[in-house]
Design a protein around this ligand. Structure first.
Ligand code: CMC
Length: 461
């Protein structure tokens, strides 16, 4: 029998007042037989914890009882690299093998064969919809797509150069004020009503954020169109021209939105779940998720990638120079669009997007020198020991910006497009968290500050 043990040496000051030694033991047998347990030894005391096994054989040590049983010992894991926040039936990903599935369906199949609304339905409600289910879902979304006219005044108050992610987050939060019934949701029906409201109104806000930047009048698109077609119409329709959908652009957007639709417990999704765990309401939770997504280490990477590729082009296209910068520990520069917390293999989404980028640019007849720079960087990184050793591969955002640019979407809108795609994932995770009646998220800490000290009046400091 295969047996291994992992030893963690820890020295605590308080509350145990003595050095203690923590030993964690897990055996292969435990993985095979779920009646088995993990043992934790702290000093002379041994604690036993059940193991939880997922449907894809992932294993977790359930430490819920640790603090109470041990009188104060907790686990610490900054960045949550080893910490599962929940069990979830929505998305499975295996970072070592480069696998991504929504509700059991391979991302490759969904990207090729489904449309975004079908995928949204599957993520939120558990399986791909029948024709009737999809029609009802779409009808309910359309019925709830009107945004209160007063919201336009809030949009108006933003400066034209405001980043659309900030605008989107604010407007999404503001929706709560206009739809107070979406906050106290307890029954599945109340949840459904909040869900179709946000699915309807969110693309309107996305389009308005872009139209405001471009100085275009705000619009509503057309109820006759499908969900993604309507997004395009709302974004690109001009008041003096008949709008027609380019099927290449429509297919590309469908694919990009599907690829971004969920990614289990990432930074923004965890934010949505934790904000939602206080019962703050769906719209406030999504608004917080948008803010989390904005950062360049997360969704903001798609904008950062394009800006990086532009900078390399402006600088003469010397990819080697930027590879060297990325590897230099004294240089804060990172190769944006490379690396992933979970994928230690090719991001399966990046594979699909790379092919799509070639196709879309070819079909649209766009020649973008930046695509060549991106391919050059990828080739160099894939054989460079720095990137190979650290298992840094192109991620979903390495090529997505190139497609968005070819579609005529401004760079600052890239992360907004990511948010539009991620919306059903956030909703699904929020709904699952509420249906599972998860407790309020409230991590612990180990305090490392001053011990009690005497207060001095200001004249004596
Ligand atoms: N360029 C250069 N070095 C890198 C990069 C990069 N893009 N990413 C990681 N490294 C190095 C890092 O310096 C560290 O090296 P060392 O071990 O010598 O200290 C090692 O690789 C591990 O990196 P880490 O920061 O500890 O890994 P992480 O899991 O905490 O971070 C990441 C993951 C995505 C934040 C990081 O890879 C990164 O900053 N990438 C660039 C930003 C990016 O493309 N983000 C989009 C992620 S995909 C979209 C999404 O779902 O959010």
């Amino acid at each position: 029998m295969l047996r291994y043990s992992k030893t963690i040496g820890c020295f605590f000051k308080n509350p145990l007042k003595k050095a203690i030694f923590v030993r964690l033991q897990k055996t292969q047998k435990i993985i095979q037989n779920m009646s088995d347990i993990a043992k934790l030894q702290i000093g002379n005391d041994t604690y036993e914890f059940p193991l939880i096994k997922g449907t894809e054989d992932e294993v977790a040590i359930d430490v819920k009882t640790l603090r109470g049983a041990s009188k104060g010992v907790i686990t610490i894991d900054p960045g949550y690299k080893n910490t599962g926040a929940c069990t979830s039936g929505i998305t499975f990903l295996d970072g070592e093998k480069g696998i991504l599935r929504y509700r059991g369906y391979a991302i490759e199949d969904l990207a090729e064969k489904a449309d975004f609304l079908e995928v949204a339905y599957a993520l939120i409600f558990g399986d791909l919809p029948t024709k009737e289910q999809l029609k009802k879902f779409h009808d309910d979304i359309k019925e709830n797509a009107i945004v209160d006219e007063e919201v336009k005044k809030i949009l108006d108050a933003f400066p034209k150069n405001a980043h659309p992610m900030g605008v989107l987050s604010s407007l999404t939060s503001a929706l709560t004020a206009f739809n107070p019934s979406s906050v106290n949701v307890e029954s599945e029906e109340e949840m459904y009503n909040a869900i179709v409201k946000i699915m309807g109104k969110f693309p309107v806000l996305v389009a308005w954020a872009m139209r405001k930047k471009k100085g275009l009048p705000l619009n509503y698109g057309s109820m006759k169109l499908d969900y993604v077609e309507n997004v395009l119409q709302m974004m690109f329709e001009k008041p003096h021209e008949e709008f027609s959908i380019n099927p290449i652009v429509k297919d590309a957007l469908d694919k990009l939105l599907i690829l971004h639709a969920d990614h289990e417990q990432n930074c923004s999704t965890s934010t949505v779940r934790i904000v939602g765990s206080s019962h703050a309401g769906l719209f406030a939770s999504i608004s917080a998720g948008i803010s989390a997504l904005w950062g360049p280490l997360h969704g903001g990477a798609n904008q950062a990638v394009l800006e990086m590729l532009e900078a390399i082009k402006e600088d003469g296209g010397d990819t080697k120079k930027y590879m060297a910068k990325a590897k230099d520990k004294n240089d804060p520069f990172r190769l944006m669009g490379f690396g992933h917390r979970v994928y230690k293999n090719f991001d399966p989404r990046a594979k699909i997007i790379k092919v799509a980028a070639d196709q879309v640019l070819g079909d649209l007849g766009v020649e973008d020198p930046i695509l060549e720079i991106a391919k050059g960087l990828e080739q160099e990184a894939l054989k460079d020991p720095y990137f190979v050793d650290r298992k840094l591969y192109p991620n979903v955002d390495f090529y997505s910006g190139i497609i968005y640019r070819a579609m005529g979407i401004p760079v600052e809108m890239f992360t907004v497009m990511f948010a539009l795609g991620r919306l059903p994932g956030w909703i699904a995770q929020w709904r699952e968290m509420r249906l599972n009646k998860e407790p309020i998220g409230r991590p612990r800490q180990i305090y490392t500050g001053e011990n009690l000290r005497a207060f001095k009046t200001i004249s004596k400091r």
